[in-house]
Design a protein around this ligand. Sequence first.
Ligand code: HEM
Ligand code: HEM
Length: 225
Amino acid sequence: MYDFLTSIELYNFLKGPMVWIAFLVFICGSIYRTISLIMLAKKDKVVYPYLSLKYTLRSLAHWLIPFGSRNMRLHPWMTFFAFTFHIGLLVTPIFLYPHIMLWYKAWGVRWWSLPENVADIMTLIVVLCCVFFIFRRMFASEVRFVTYASDYLIIAIAAAPFVTGFLSFHQLIFPYRLMLILHIIIGELMLMVIPFTRLSHMLFFWLTRAHTGSEFGVFRHSKDY
Ligand code: HEM
Ligand code: HEM
């Protein structure tokens, strides 16, 4: 098993065809899930007639600006950690030097990268935010009673590429090749499960805001934030 996990054949497969498969599943799965949800909403006669661009944009603006909604101001720690986490989650892998080098070797394109120590700090911050999410789910009473095992699993899936990427890069535990292979498997797994788990909130966020923002604005004449 160890020989297989550290074999050059597996490494080449994961860094080659499997990257394609992971991105294809992520992109096609995302398109499929988004179209399915839009079609499903058509069946509900009251969704489309109330959709309003004005209230959608108003809702999006309030929920994308840190502390823009009353709910965020009522939960300042969650707001702080959630925004910090999402910025790190998106920015770090895209502007990470080793990742950019992979794109460069495959496609000949490269872009600006984070200095190594900044990437390290951002990685650790993302992991710290995940620790906060776990404690929040364990101890915040209003969240605990709606928390299932799957909620912890989602947080673990989000944290795992950062933990393994950091351990591999700094060669802290396990032989280097093994840790790197684990990192790549986990990174690809995360991409592939996004459309099919609660991580799909990434795709549905704007639709949720369109629906809720419009309902509150057009129908209830009130704010949704
Ligand atoms: C598509 C599959 C992926 C591949 C092929 C890949 C490849 C790599 C490589 C080669 C490294 C450098 C490790 C070293 O030199 O030992 C690395 C580091 C890292 N990767 Fe990935 N990665 C992938 C997915 C991801 C994803 C999805 C994330 C996060 C969302 C991620 C986050 C990181 C982080 C945080 C580091 C280390 C940063 C640091 O401490 O400097 N990777 N990755
Ligand atoms: C880029 C678009 C994304 C948007 C707009 C977004 C938005 C949100 C929002 C509004 C929350 C809830 C915060 C709260 O309860 O106050 C949240 C939580 C979370 N998101 Fe995202 N997200 C995005 C992408 C992602 C991705 C790509 C991942 C992981 C792969 C992710 C992982 C998480 C996790 C782990 C939580 C905390 C879960 C918990 O409640 O314990 N998000 N996100």
